[in-house]
Ligand binder design. Structure first.
Ligand code: PMP
Ligand code: G9A
Length: 403
């Protein structure tokens, strides 16, 4: 086989496969218990309802739905998203909405539209792995701000922004996940959200607010999106139907200033022309038929139970020297191992016991960070597998500690 690697672009040379996507291959193994991928539970997919909707939308409107759509998105869906976002306190019209092929695309379009090679993007450390792989494509460099149980450390953020400004470096993009962050599960308090939006104005940057999990709150009250504090159009908010309906639809959206969206729309034209109109029509009809809020309530029950089960199993089976977050929502728990224990080694041993997780190192922009951390997804495995998988993981950790 010929080797074409010398032909690859500098951009392609920087690309690295996502650890999560690689681990997904393990799901093919029938006896594997996977806490790895951020997958919804397939039991929650409303298959019968979607079957009816597909039949109905094709009968009502097949000519339009099987045709190319406009890049901005299927007009009725943009309207239903705009009114849903307005109900969450955002000041929006349909002109602020771009429908995308999953919110991952908003990350990519933001990179395409804002990032020149070597531009600094501010991210929390850890942060969403596929945002790093996405921004790497645009040859970004990173300013990594540590997190605590209140998400990104605002004191360190402010310090670093001052320092960077002093060095003549003015980052234009700050990427945050305020609700139940992937990977750690931690949430940013309201006062930090307001402060971040104020700072965007002071320092002239744009915020990419990635919120796939905001609706999945199992404990406590919803907090306002950064976008609701945004008077200057500096926040690009993105969310998705992937976690509340079905990721196979590949439909998400951005809420942003029309000037920013205009560039993103042009960028999207060369990416995929438009998002699947069939997928958009399904999502729209699902909302019109008022299934969405019921489905969210249902999912919250199922996942809230899974989270409690995982936390109980952790308390029961995992040694006290391991620490972990207790998220109020989302899909992930984040654990920190005792001194000297490395999650890539632990993963190797856990896989032999047929348990998978993601080593935390995948979520840090600096490749030498995160070795003592791990991410555990609690939404995909069945309740029985959660308890059994954590029991096995506990045994592996006890074994490492020589217990
Ligand atoms: N952002 C975050 C934080 C995610 O966890 C995910 C999915 N795991 C996405 C974006 C992408 O989701 P989708 O493209 O399916 O909307
Ligand atoms: O399967 C994917 O790529 C989506 C899940 C992301 C994650 O595990 O963080």
């Amino acid at each position: 086989m010929a080797d074409f690697s010398h032909h690859f672009s500098e951009r392609a040379k920087q690309m690295k496969a996502s650890d999560v996507r690689e681990l997904l291959k393990l799901l093919q193994m029938p006896d594997m218990i996977s806490f790895a991928g951020g997958l919804p539970s397939a039991e929650t997919f409303p298959v019968e309802i979607i079957k009816d909707i597909v039949k109905d939308v094709l009968e009502m409107n097949g000519d339009q739905i099987l045709q190319y759509g406009i890049t901005e998105g299927y007009a009725p869906l943009r309207e239903s998203i705009a009114s849903r976002m307005a109900s969450k306190g955002m000041d929006v019209t349909t002109d602020n909405i771009l429908v995308v092929s999953g919110s991952q695309q908003v990350i990519d379009l933001s990179g395409k539209v804002f990032v020149n090679p070597k531009d600094t993007i501010v991210v929390s450390a850890p942060t969403y792995l596929a945002a790093l792989t996405g921004f790497n494509t645009y040859q970004a460099s990173y300013e990594a701000i540590p997190i605590d149980d209140q998400n990104m450390r605002m004191d360190i953020f402010e310090e670093r922004m001052k320092k960077l400004a002093g060095e003549g470096n003015h980052p234009k993009l700050v990427y945050v996940l305020p609700n139940f962050q992937n990977p750690s599960g931690v949430t940013m308090p309201t006062k930090n959200r307001k402060r971040l939006v104020d700072m965007a104005s002071e320092y002239d940057f744009v915020i990419l607010e990635d919120d796939p999990y905001g609706e999945l709150r199992y404990v406590g009250d919803h907090l306002p999106a950064l976008k609701t504090f945004d008077d200057e159009g500096r926040v690009i908010f993105t969310s998705t139907f992937s976690k509340v309906l079905a990721p196979g639809l590949r439909v998400g959206w951005a809420v942003a200033d029309p000037g920013i969206l205009k560039k993103m729309i042009i960028a999207k034209q060369s990416t995929d022309v438009c998002t699947s109109v069939l997928g958009q029509a399904i999502a729209h009809e699902y909302m019109v038929r008022k299934h969405m809020d019921r489905q969210i309530e249902h999912i919250k029950k199922v996942y809230g139970e899974k989270l409690r089960l995982m936390l109980d199993a952790m308390h029961e089976s995992v040694p006290d020297s391991v620490r972990w977050t207790e998220p109020e929502g989302g899909m992930f728990l984040w654990a920190t191992l005792p001194d000297g224990m490395q999650s890539p080694d632990l993963l190797e041993k856990a896989l032999k016991r047929k348990v998978a997780f993601v080593s935390g190192k995948a979520f840090f922009p600096n490749p030498s960070d995160g070795f003592s951390t791990m991410r555990l997804n609690f939404t995909y495995p069945s309740n029985e597998k959660i308890t059994e998988g954590i029991r096995r993981l506990g045994e592996v950790i006890h074994g490492e500690l020589g217990h």
